[in-house]
Write a protein that binds this ligand. Structure first.
Ligand SMILES: C[S@@+](CC[C@H](N)C(=O)[O-])C[C@H]1O[C@@H](n2cnc3c(N)ncnc32)[C@H](O)[C@@H]1O
Length: 243
């Protein structure tokens, strides 16, 4: 099995993922003080390494769910990967697999209100066309004890100026600073990601999270692809106007 490194980071083994969402096991322990079991959703599951690691750490005290965009990145692939990496043996694999949904996380998420206790999205926000809708949906599905630790990936310093910011917000012809805009929402804490120029946010549940932003479009910067890896552009720039 050929493993694409960018999609196999997990939370512990690979330094690239460290400190970009805070401390995920700590959030789980926090929620476990209030609940017997924690439902964890990783948006942009890749091979499922992070969810498998959490199963290894917490066993039956976590129930794991994943979302990927491409049909081939399904539960079968996660199983193959887990066996290949010897994360679980054949006897124990099935009960430790996450339930995987294949969809665009910028659309309605496939969970009822107040269902998931912890939501993470390592290395994935950049690919979601309607990022704001995804953040609002995360709040909708979150339980009252829950935390959404979402990596924003709001800036790509290596892009040309026009494409640096992956969240672009306009208010009557004036560009609005996205992080400043977020500060208006009291249930959202903004934190700096470790070793990365961008931030992550910690969301606690409110009845309805409405950013009052209208989605205009997204520009797929990877279509401006350069074969030179060093100057490659990443993800999708999402554009909004204040309602
Ligand atoms: C770079 S991988 C990250 C994998 C893993 N979280 C990690 O840190 O190693 C990006 C993931 O985002 C997923 N993805 C891309 N676009 C998406 C979208 N619109 N909605 C949901 N997932 C998406 C891909 O399927 C892929 O699993």
């Amino acid at each position: 099995m050929k493993i694409r490194q960018g999609r196999a980071k997990g939370l512990f083994g690979n330094k690239g993922a460290e400190g970009r969402l805070g401390n995920v096991p700590k959030y789980i322990k926090q929620i476990l003080k209030k609940k017997k079991k924690v439902k964890v959703l990783e948006v942009g599951t890749g091979y499922g390494r992070a969810l498998l690691e959490l199963k290894n750490l917490f066993g039956d005290r976590v129930e794991t769910y994943g979302i990927n965009a491409e049909p081939e990145w399904n539960q079968k692939l996660v199983k193959k990967y887990a066996l290949h990496e010897k994360l679980f043996d054949k006897q124990n694999i099935n009960k430790n697999l996450p339930k995987i949904f294949i969809l665009d996380a910028g659309k309605k998420l496939p969970f009822k209100n107040n269902f998931i206790d912890l939501i993470i999205n390592p290395a994935t926000m950049q690919y979601i066309p309607d990022k704001i809708h995804f953040i609002e949906e995360s709040n909708r599905i979150l339980t009252k004890e829950g935390i959404a630790a979402l990596e924003l990936e709001e800036v790509r310093n290596e892009h040309p100026l026009e494409y640096k910011n992956l969240f672009e917000i306009w208010d009557n012809g004036v560009k609005v600073d996205f992080l400043k805009y977020l500060k208006k929402f009291k249930n959202i804490k903004i934190k700096k990601s470790k070793n990365r120029p961008w931030h992550y946010i910690l969301i606690t549940k409110v009845k309805k999270l409405d950013f009052k932003l209208k989605y205009i479009t997204s520009i797929n910067l990877e279509e401006q692809f350069s074969s030179n890896w060093e100057i490659r552009w990443w993800g999708k720039k999402s554009i909004y106007v204040v309602k």
